[in-house]
Write a protein that binds this ligand. Sequence first.
Ligand code: NAP
Length: 501
Amino acid sequence: MDQNVQYDAVIVGAGFGGMGAAIQLKRLGLTNLAILEREDDLGGTWHVNRYPGLAVDIASVTYSYSFEPNPYWSRLFAPGAELKRYAEHVADKYDLRRHMRFGAVVEGARWDEDAQRWEISIEGGELVTAKYLLTATGFLSQPHKPDIPGIDSFEGKVIHTTAWDDTCDLRGTRTAIIGTGATAVQLIPEVARKAAALTVYQRTPIWVLPKIDTPIPGPVQRLFARVPAVQRAARGISSGILEAVMVSAVLHYRQTKLLNKGAAALSRIFLRAKVRDPKLRRQLTPDYDFGCKRPTFSNSYYSTFTKPHVHLETDSIERLESDGIVTADGRKTEIDTLVLATGFNLWDVNFPAIEVIGREGRNLGKWWRDNRFQAYEGVAVPNFPNFLTLASPYSYSGLSYFTTIESQMAHMKRLFGELRRRGADVFEVTEAANAGFLDRMTEKLDDSVFYGGSCQTARSYYFNQHGEAAILRPTSTVNAFREAKSFPLDDYTMRPYAAAE
Ligand code: NAP
């Protein structure tokens, strides 16, 4: 048996997930790391997305690592560029850049049972080996480009929001935006400011809540810097509100129906205050329960549709022609630019984002599709030794991606700490622990709006091809952290290399 490996661990992805994993591994003494990133820089979604209006829609005091607060956010909801700068700051402070390789497109990874190590293949024919493999490839990282008839015959410009063309000047253009998800909600008011005519093609309306956003004045920033406890308190308040709206009202719907209905009522009142036209209001009002689809926050989205040059199109798209979009009723809208705010493909290509082959040749993607999407505590899968999958079914915290990452970091601390204590090298989650976790999550989901509410018309990416809402962890954030810090150690087998010989 040959344990010769190039790296203690390979992490796939240099976004906040991959960086959090690297910080944790380094704290645990695993310092020989490679962070492989397909893009040309770090930051994940905050590097890729640069569309106008990009900002966080979770307050910045919450949408950041708790152990690395940034006192200098310019607003309660920081613009995207600040997130990118924050990612750069974290990479520098925790000395992560030297582990990163950009433009390294990982094609797949295979557990070599004889050598007891991971072999990771990189586009171009290179193979690297590692003791541990961690995939931090994100949930929303494979853009969905709709297959609309005639799209290739369109002679104007087509832009997907994940590949924004900074040279593209929309001033005076006739622009169409397809999609009304969280991205479009941020983008539409910005495009409306520039375009001469804007048509928004909506298939499914979205619940929008007011965004209580304001600049953070210099004296408050300095107070956050001098007295971190004040910023921690602000984080506590913001996280508490989000826990109620985004977690309790959605995942514990049966117990908190009133909260859920209250959030929907607030959105309706907000819409009424912004839009006088009852027909337009009806068109913008979802017919599914709050939370079936990720709700969003904006103060300018609804009012943008009242501008004379902005039109909401709810008829379905039939085809594109060289100079415009034709809807099912035969009407054609001539356009110069088409913006695809059409989101991401999660369930066909992202779980997992690369081919991962475990013990006995088990193909993770195939296994998930043939069985059910599952991962013990949202991180580990039987038959995949020394592997943690951070963008997994049931791992996504409804509160913030950072609570997902930090609870996974806590899980890593307990797992790798125990490995070291036992002098073990190879870990694998047991079938029983994984099955028990899946059963528990499935049962808990019964309380959620996904199964207890009315979600049939939501077309939500929370649901997979089998109709299972298998992405959000259906527990409180407190529970996620508690389990990460106290899961039964026997849920894993742990052994030294020699034990396999
Ligand atoms: P999304 O929520 O999946 O929305 C995609 C939109 O495109 C939907 O309105 C969808 O309509 C529409 N669409 C897709 N294909 C279509 C087609 N063939 N014809 C017509 N319409 C089509 O994607 P997203 O807006 O990019 O947001 C994804 C997630 O990113 C959000 O839920 C959120 O978690 C995250 N996000 C976060 C922030 C932030 O500030 N933190 C900002 C942006 C995004 P249907 O609904 O009918 O399918």
